[in-house]
Design a protein around this ligand. Structure first.
Ligand code: NAD
Length: 418
């Protein structure tokens, strides 16, 4: 079957089914875990700067709350769909379970192109969307965070909207907030730090010395940029970076922080960076590198382009960047894949730390945050690798086996109400 044609949710279910086959789940349990627990769709008007009203559609989907409050980011993108939110909510459940933090999974989004909105329109849209989904949102029930095209400022508006409705300051309702509002030190880089740690563990497993190892990073946002400069700090050569505006290449390695400085001065885009060659997106994926880190959007690696990939390791910084048929091709080529639910779990792990700090109003040093994150990431990588070796499966199936087992046990212990 050409799984590149499957929707994100169909892919998520196919991945679940593949791993569930290794577990002794009851049919009812399986059926529950394949579906989202709760879905909210909202249509709401926003007054635009020209005086007109425009109606926007947003979603919040909770996949599971068996192990704790639903947790997951909020995406602003023209391609947001309910199907995509379902998939990403399910992936969040497994991700939180893989790293064993006490959260379930959720995802939210608004269909919009934030680049076409003024700051005032963006704030209105955010506050109204937050108000609409506050049916579900709460520090105990559902805690959003940033995702594609959302940031600390947007989290601050959501926190303020929720707090205003409640009548008191409620920092633990959202993570990824600015530090001044109870955000955690280390959160901004946490996902990239987790990708960096997973990459180093994968290199260790494959016998690759990080010093001088070559990397190509797709996506240069909140995940891709820290992934690239943190790995550069470990001695790796980041030879290529691509984003929505284009791809840049330097065989000796890019100065990632300089690229970041350039991007910040050019609308967060890398195209035109003067100290590198520009290459085609197609050429980018086929580069002869040690590691390819897709850190942009879903379905970046498909059956069409997977045969051209020459990296020894693929580390999924993004959620769902590899379609199942592409994954089979990578496996046949002997490419070691670190799945999203493990590789990019650093973000939600530090979100958990931020939530704990917010509830207690007691804040940790960046060193403490990073030390706890490092320990969880390295331990989780080891847990998944051990399961992969024991069951003779790939890393994704292994991560799912661990995660589904943890969630199913929580379900079973809680029992069925009434
Ligand atoms: P972001 O908006 O900060 O950055 C996205 C980047 O991808 C941008 O550089 C953009 O130009 C690039 N991009 C978009 N379309 C592209 C394309 N077709 N080709 C190449 N590049 C493209 O988003 P982010 O927060 O970095 O999220 C990226 C991925 O990581 C998403 O899949 C997200 O769900 C996942 N993720 C994010 C976090 C987090 O903490 N932000 C945590 C876990 C997973």
């Amino acid at each position: 079957m050409n799984t590149s044609e499957l929707t994100a949710y169909e892919i998520a279910v196919a991945q679940f089914d593949k791993a569930a086959a290794y577990l002794d789940l009851k049919p009812g349990q399986c059926e529950m875990l394949r579906r989202p627990k709760c879905e909210l769709a909202v249509n709401f008007p926003i007054r635009m700067d020209d005086g007109s009203e425009q109606v926007f559609t947003g979603y919040r989907v909770q996949h599971s709350t068996a192990r704790g409050p639903a947790k997951g980011g909020i995406r602003y993108h023209p391609s947001v769909t309910l199907d995509e939110m379902r998939a990403m909510a399910m992936w969040m459940t497994w991700k939180c379970a893989v790293v064993n933090i006490p959260f379930g999974g959720a995802k939210g989004g608004v269909i919009c192109d934030p680049t076409t909105l003024s700051r005032r329109e963006l704030e209105s849209l955010t506050r109204r969307y937050a108000s609409e989904i506050s049916l579900l949102m709460s520090p105990e029930g559902d805690i959003p965070a940033p995702d594609v095209n959302t940031d600390g400022q947007i989290m601050a508006w959501i926190m303020d909207t929720y707090s205003t409705r409640r009548g008191y300051y409620t920092p633990a309702v959202i993570t990824g907030k600015p530090i001044e509002l109870g955000g955690s030190l280390g959160r901004a880089e946490a996902t990239g730090r987790g990708v960096m740690l997973s990459t180093l563990e994968a290199m260790k497993y494959r016998g690759i010395d990080p010093e001088g190892a070559t990397l190509a990073v797709q996506g240069f946002g909140k995940v891709g940029a820290p992934t690239a400069y943190l790995l550069q700090d470990k001695g790796c050569r980041i030879v290529a970076i691509t984003d929505i505006s284009g791809s840049i290449y330097h065989p000796k390695g890019l100065d990632v922080r300089d690229v970041l400085r350039y991007a910040r001065e050019h609308g967060n885009l890398i195209a035109g960076y003067p100290l590198a060659d520009s290459i085609e997106a197609d050429e980018f994926l086929g580069l002869d590198v040690d590691v390819l880190a897709p850190c942009a959007l879903e379905k970046a690696i498909t059956a069409k382009n997977a045969p051209r990939i020459r990296a020894k390791i693929v580390v999924e910084g993004a959620n769902g960047p590899t379609t199942p048929d592409a994954e089979d091709i990578l496996a046949d080529k002997g490419i070691f894949l670190v799945p999203d639910v493990l590789a990019n779990a650093g973000g939600v792990t530090v979100s958990y730390f931020e939530w704990v700090q917010g509830l207690q109003c007691f804040f940790w040093s960046e060193q403490e945050v990073n030390a706890r994150l490092d320990e969880i990431m390295v331990r989780s990588f080891g847990d998944v690798l051990r399961t992969a070796e024991e069951k003779k499966v790939g890393m994704r199936v292994a991560a799912y086996i661990l995660a589904i087992d943890r969630v199913a046990r929580a379900h079973a212990l809680r029992g069925t109400y009434p």
